[in-house]
Design a protein around this ligand. Structure first.
Ligand code: COA
Length: 163
């Protein structure tokens, strides 16, 4: 059984993340989305909310499981029986950070490979932060996140999507 983890903060999940996730399922029997408890970021959504939003977004992907994790990503990969970490690359500015993270993870666990998938061009400029920022200013984010995520973001900043 080929198992990979796809770690991140997912605050919240975007169509860019979902594109990477769907494509990863073509190469692995099981992909475990690993939602980080502590990733150096102050999050808008709680861990439970981030997991719930991902579960709804991925409900049609039978090979996908969603799990929260604390501590080292490579340790979590081992606990899951995974030998690969999936990361999405959007643009050149991601490369330096991702390269550093991948090398550090390789030092910590030589048996686990990081596999990068290129984000589709229509999502290459989005991030969870820019989507939250736009929504906080009542910008239209419907192209970038599933409808239930759009509603959840709007609820955080405004009373509802129509406010
Ligand atoms: N489409 C759209 N946006 C994307 C994307 C895609 N395909 N891929 C990444 N992004 C965005 C995310 O939305 C996020 O945006 P934000 O910064 O505005 O929130 C940003 O790119 C990167 O976030 P994400 O992919 O969620 O990763 P992260 O850098 O927040 O998470 C962990 C990193 C969890 C993998 C890392 O902190 C970690 O491994 N932590 C555990 C401790 C550890 O093992 N550390 C390493 C050894 S020291």
């Amino acid at each position: 059984m080929r198992i990979a983890i796809y770690p991140g903060t997912f605050d919240p999940v975007t169509n860019g993340h979902l594109d990477i996730l769907k494509r990863a399922t073509e190469f692995f029997d099981e992909v475990i989305v690993a939602v980080a408890v502590d990733s150096n970021k102050t999050t808008l959504f709680s861990l439970e909310e981030r997991i719930q939003l991902l579960e709804t977004a991925a409900e049609e992907l039978s090979q996908v499981k969603i799990r929260g994790f604390e501590g080292l990503t490579v340790e979590f990969a081992r606990q899951c029986g995974a030998n690969a970490i999936i990361r999405g690359l959007r643009a050149m500015q991601d490369f330096e950070y991702e390269f550093q993270l991948a090398l550090m993870n390789k030092k910590l666990a030589a048996d686990i490979e990081t596999i990068f998938l290129m984000t589709q061009s229509e999502f290459s400029f989005i991030s969870s932060s820019s989507i939250k920022w736009a929504a906080s200013l009542k910008g239209n984010i419907s192209e970038f996140v599933p409808p239930h995520v759009e509603r959840a973001i709007y609820k955080k900043y405004h009373r509802s999507i129509d406010d």
